[in-house]
Design a protein around this ligand. Structure first.
Ligand code: HEC
Length: 182
């Protein structure tokens, strides 16, 4: 096993542990605890750019721009109780996995091998929060819908801080993870 593999493995393990812990805390109904676990897991990832081809990067950026538009629409839709708009928009965001877009077989392979496991976990988590937001909107729970909106923004920041600091240098922080909590 090379050093890089070992590092990758341990990052994966740390994040997987954080993941299960977050799930366990969530099961107890403590959302704040789950968010904290997730931030802790994200903080273990050294900031890096994704090693993907220019074509895939452009697809990812396109998806990101779509997600941003959706988030803007969500603010007004939640604030005005436009629940249909909220559920439609969250369904669109949830369906926007880059894995599921119009990718060639070769690009799918590239994603599978080149995307770090932690990135995939963060991506899956983000999409799960979008699903949770949709469910909250279905039962017209404005407070819970707002809560999941916040969780989604938190997911944007976590992933960008780990994998998009070239694009968003303002998200680089030298402070230790404990200091970032405040
Ligand atoms: C799982 C990881 C991940 C999540 C979650 C994520 N992003 Fe991104 N996003 C990226 C990466 C990586 C880039 C940088 C791509 C590059 O190299 O230019 C990016 C770039 C962007 C860009 C720039 C697009 C462009 O045209 O260059 C925007 C805007 C953006 N993200 C918005 C969001 C918003 C808003 C959210 C949350 C609602 C979000 N992202 C969630 C990974 C993520």
């Amino acid at each position: 096993m090379t050093r890089r593999n070992i590092l990758g493995m341990s990052l994966w393990l740390v994040s997987a542990l954080g993941w299960f812990a977050a799930g366990a805390v969530r099961a107890q109904g403590s959302h704040a605890g789950a968010a904290q676990e997730e931030r802790a897991a994200a903080a273990t990832v050294p900031a890096q750019a994704l090693a993907i081809s220019p074509e895939l990067r452009e697809l990812l950026r396109e998806e990101m721009r779509g997600i941003s538009k959706g988030m803007e629409a969500l603010v007004t839709a939640i604030a005005t109780g436009d629940w249909k708009m909220v559920t439609d928009t969250s369904a669109r965001i949830r369906a926007s996995y880059i894995m599921e877009q119009r990718l060639t077989a070769a690009q799918k392979d590239e994603l599978e091998t080149e995307l770090p496991e932690v990135f995939k976990l963060m991506d899956a988590n983000f999409h799960r929060e979008a699903g949770n937001l949709g469910h909250a909107a279905e039962v017209r729970d404005a407070e819970l819908t707002s809560f999941y909106f916040y969780r989604m923004v938190e997911s944007c920041v976590a992933c960008h801080s780990a994998y998009a600091t070239t694009r968003f240098p303002n998200l680089v922080t030298d402070a230790p993870p404990e200091a970032r909590e405040h």
